[in-house]
Structures are given as structure tokens and as C-alpha cells.
Design a protein around this ligand. Sequence first.
Ligand SMILES: [Zn+2]
Length: 360
Amino acid sequence: MAFILLLLPAGLPAAAGADLASIRYNGLDYVSLDEGAARLGLRVERLVPPSAILLKDGAKPVARFADRSRETDVKGLRVFFGDPVVDHGGTYLLSRTDFESHLVPRLRPELCGPPRPVPHVIAVDPGHGGVDHGTENRALGSMEKTYTLDVALRLRKLLETAGYAVVMTRETDVDVPKQIRSEIANQAHADLFVSIHFNSLYPNTKTTGVEVLSFPPHSQRSTNSWSPGEKDDSQKADAPINAYNAWNTVLSGAMHRRLLDALKNSDRGEKFEHLGVLRGLKCPGVLVEPAFLSSDSDGARLATPAFRDLVAEAILAGIQDYADVMRRLNPAAVAPPQPGAAPASSAPARSQPTRPAPGP
Ligand SMILES: [Zn+2]
């Protein structure tokens, strides 16, 4: 049975809106969307019909929610929140975790606590490799592991030209265990981690589109676990990467927008999954699925180097957008680090550290 109870927040970390009143509903900690919006300097507009609610910045809608739905539109991007939004007797409720980890970072990252440094060392993770082929396009005879490495090597070149230092989790056709991939990034003191994959819904050869995956906060389920017949797979404790929930969201949003803009592919949304490759990271990280290898059309596009260049350029642009946010939030760090300031590392496949380019 649904019930509602107003509580004073106690012992919550200093996160955006941590002092907003807690509303317990079906065992979950919610905040009122009206109060949350006010905290962000936004106003709420209800649409009837259909049953939906807009957050507006002046006259401009910046987010749209629907009753009983996790699917949300934030600044034109499709995002699957961790818990459904609830219309409770005319009061829209948003889970506190969604508010703090998924909404505020997209709209007011300056409210998310101490910012991360402006990134310099980027870990690039080409998915699969060796005996692990990943998915494939049978008609075209192409394998995911080949394209992930190809795009990663193109991305490495672009990143180095832009002044970043790059650590690769693999640069040949070898299988690297997932935990080792995050360990390579950690040992290199990576500031960001980007895992590159290509999607599949084989034997469906029609579905195309961009997906971006992040690791869920410990109280929340993976997106797939909401499918019929699936079970709650939320976890009891934080994984190391959960220290960066808000910054994972900033990174994920930047990647999502750049991939959609560059590839003109349909938007399959930002989703959450307990990915072993992200779990142990000591920096923000994300896994991108820019296209469906199983699709006739995406598969054919992926077969062209020009398209793989586009993917690499979009990922670079996403990293630069994240860096721009951190420059804005770290005004003292606008000047690039001095030569030799990059952390030393014995990690494999580390390219020559170079100085990051100043922000635009
Ligand atoms: Zn994959």
C-alpha cells in the first residue's frame, strides 16, 4: 500500500537538495518536484492532458516527466531514471537519488559538491578482444572487437592532438578481463574512462540508435531489470565508481548529446547497468554504444572509415564538453598543468603524456 510520510532529513551527505524534506512513499525516499525545482531556480508547469509535468527555466522547458514513468526528457535527451516519478495526489515526487544523481548534474552541476579536476589523462577502453569477439554482423562478416579497437585508436590520435594523455586498456586483438581494464585506468591515475562498444539486438537487423550506459547508484536497479520477468538487482553498498555518481552523469550526458548530433542516429537513451568494467573505477566513467552492429544500416555505416572517424570525433567532443564543465567549476584550474605534472604510471600501452589544450 502506498503511504506518505514527511520526515526531516537526517545524516544525509552535503548533496544538492540534501536539506529538502524527505517524503517516504512505497519504501523509497522521495522529494517533491516542486521543491526540487524551486531549489534549482526552475518553475513547474503541469500539462493536462496528458499527465505530465515540465520544469521550465523562464519560458524554456528543460525537463519533462510523466506519471509512473522512469523515462524522462532532460534538455532534449532521453534518460531512463532509476525510479518512476509518482503523481501523489497532485504532488509529483522524484526519488531523492534521481534528483541528486541524475537531474541536478544535468541542470546545475555547480550544486553537486566539489568538482572533479579538469581531465588530463583519459583511459580509452576498446570493448572485447581476442577470443571475445563481442557481437557481430553476420551478413557483413564484421565483429564488434575489430571496430571498438579501430575507433579507440582513432580516438587516441585525436585526444593526443588535443593535448590529452591517453592510456589504452588494449591496443591489439587481445582479451583483457573487465576488472583489469578498470585497474589499468586506476594505475594510470586516469581522470576519465570511456569504454567503446557496439550494440546488438540480433536477429533484429532493423533497430539502430545511440545508447550510453552508466553504473547505477547502489539503491537503484539496472534499466533492464525493469523488464517483465526481471528482478530488482539494486546493490546494498556503493561500488568505487559510485563516488562519482554526479560526474558520471555529466560525462554520460555530454557523450549522449555529441553522439546523437554527430551520427544523426535515433535516441535509445541513457541507461544503467552494473557493468564490471566500470565498477572498480576511481574516476568517472561511461560505456558508449554509438550504433547497432546487428543493424543492416548501422552495420554498413560502421564498415566505412569515415563513419568510424565520426564516432571517434563525437567521443572526443563529449570529453571536451565534460572538460569545459570542469573548467567552469574549477576557475583556478583554467591554466593547463605544467609539463611533467601528469602522474607517472607503469600501466601498459600508455601514450606520451602531453599538456592539455587550454579551453575554448
Ligand atoms: Zn560489447
